[in-house]
Design a protein around this ligand. Structure first.
Ligand SMILES: [Zn+2]
Length: 453
């Protein structure tokens, strides 16, 4: 791809009352160059390491918080076209360090790209925006790839020597463009692609009625994050439909199939995929368990499926399954955020996502069964509840966590982290949103039998 335009955006919070809640975009060309000196997590503005005027409003738990879907501005986020320009630019300025490749296409034909950087033996796969209304992860991944591919610091060099990062930002571009959770695919299209499914009923994760403010009636789609199967060579069989949240998925969505293909390719190349990170958002109104006056900035987790030693269906995966390593990775994320919170307290509002999950149809569940250390980020607020509010801060928080993870793996320090520290991360407190909230996250968990309070 040819370099077209520099679109890097720098954001500043403005201290004008409620206007401070919205980040303001500066024009292309005025963005500060990435810092080449600091060993701290890089940022487009070093001031992001310090508390911002809008942090207090972000963290102050207000009873007016609501997950009721509404239309809010989202143009600050990187859309599909902008992502193409950004990845093109990063590939160019990295002088060959970053390799951008189209790895698949969405159901509506949009490109799905991977950005690969580093030559190390440990592979870290990261994906974002599998739910198209969960957008911060994409911006954080673009920042991470750019820094790793362009920084001249010893730290970045070490990352490049020890790690191979493969990022697939915006892996569900159709859902992202529609700004909704599901992809854009009808059951009839699935059947056309897989003729053996003629006569089968749609999978349980097929949306064809309105939900969270989105009209799936006229444009149905699937929760792509229930379409994975730990058997990476699985072919859809009619008797496996409609399935359920306790069962594996089918790879009927081109988006999940694309990520699966990348994962298999990395397995073939490296033997195993050391670490897998998936970046999500949760409801906007969860509070800290020990301080109901403070909102949760993000929740993390390293547990997605039942222990294979306790479940006969998973027996073949028992050997590679390593929950301790997933816990250590999460500890690295949390330690980095707690350290950053010394200067910017809002970054320390980290909780543990509900545990006891058994969701083999999620990317995290399927890849964890295949032996990867797995990390979930659940960033505060989806677009239907927060829009682009706090984008810069939440991108920063995500970035800091990812930076801590990458550094701990690159240095090998992750092996020394105490998994018990994971269990000591405070559990997510309750949501104080309005009673009629449409919290998809909680609904999904309840359907999986998890007590979410
Ligand atoms: Zn999600």
């Amino acid at each position: 791809m040819r370099l077209r335009a520099r679109t890097t955006r720098s954001t500043v919070a403005v201290g004008l009352g409620t206007a401070a809640l919205l980040a303001v975009t500066t024009l292309p060309g005025s963005a500060a160059p990435p810092s080449a000196s600091a060993d701290a997590p890089p940022a487009w503005s070093s001031s992001l390491a310090a508390a911002q005027p809008s942090d207090a409003a972000f963290a102050a738990a207000a009873p007016t918080c609501s997950d009721t879907p509404r239309k809010l501005p989202i143009n600050e986020f990187t859309d599909h076209r902008e992502l193409a320009v950004e990845l093109d630019r990063i590939e160019e300025v990295s002088g060959g360090a970053v390799d951008v490749e189209q790895v698949g296409r969405s159901n509506r034909g949009r490109e799905i790209w991977s950005a690969r950087v580093g030559t190390g033996e440990k592979v870290v796969l990261m994906t974002s925006e599998i739910h198209g209304n969960e957008k911060v992860g994409t911006d954080a991944l673009v920042d991470l790839v750019e820094w790793m591919g362009t920084s001249t610091t010893p730290k970045a060099q070490r990352w490049r020597d020890e790690l191979t990062l493969v990022a697939i930002p915006k892996m569900n571009p159709d859902g992202a463009e529609l700004d909704r959770r599901g992809n854009d695919q009808t059951w009839a299209e699935v059947q056309a692609r897989h003729p053996q499914l003629r006569g089968a009923e749609p999978s349980w994760n097929y949306y064809d009625t309105p939900r969270t403010g989105d009209d799936y009636g006229s444009a149905p789609g699937f929760d792509t994050n229930r379409d994975y199967n730990p058997d990476l060579s699985y072919v859809p069989q009619p008797e496996d439909f409609p399935g359920s949240s306790e069962e594996a998925g089918w790879y009927v969505t081109p988006e999940a199939s694309t990520v699966r293909d990348v994962y298999r390719g990395l397995q073939a190349e490296f033997g195993e995929v050391d670490t897998y990170v998936d970046l999500h958002h949760q409801g906007a109104c969860y509070v800290m368990p020990d301080d109901p006056e403070q909102f949760v900035t993000l929740s993390i987790s390293g547990q997605f499926v039942a222990d294979p030693s306790t479940k006969p269906e998973y027996a073949e995966y028992a050997e590679g399954y390593d929950l301790e390593y997933s816990k250590q990775l999460n500890v690295a994320v949390n330690q980095a955020l707690q350290k950053a919170a010394e200067r910017r307290p809002v970054l320390g509002n980290v909780t543990l996502y509900p545990q006891g999950l058994d969701l083999p149809g999620t990317g995290l569940g399927s890849f964890q069964l295949n032996g990867s250390g797995a990390v979930l980020f659940e960033i505060r607020g989806q677009t239907q509840s927060l829009g682009q509010q706090y984008r810069a801060m939440l991108t920063r928080a995500t970035y800091v966590g990812l930076d801590g993870l990458m550094t701990s793996v690159a240095t090998g320090r992750v092996a020394d982290l105490d998994p018990a520290e994971y269990d000591a991360i405070p559990p997510r407190g309750p949501s104080i949103g309005s009673a009629e909230q449409a919290d998809e996250d909680a609904r999904v968990l309840r359907s999986a039998g998890v007590d979410v309070g």
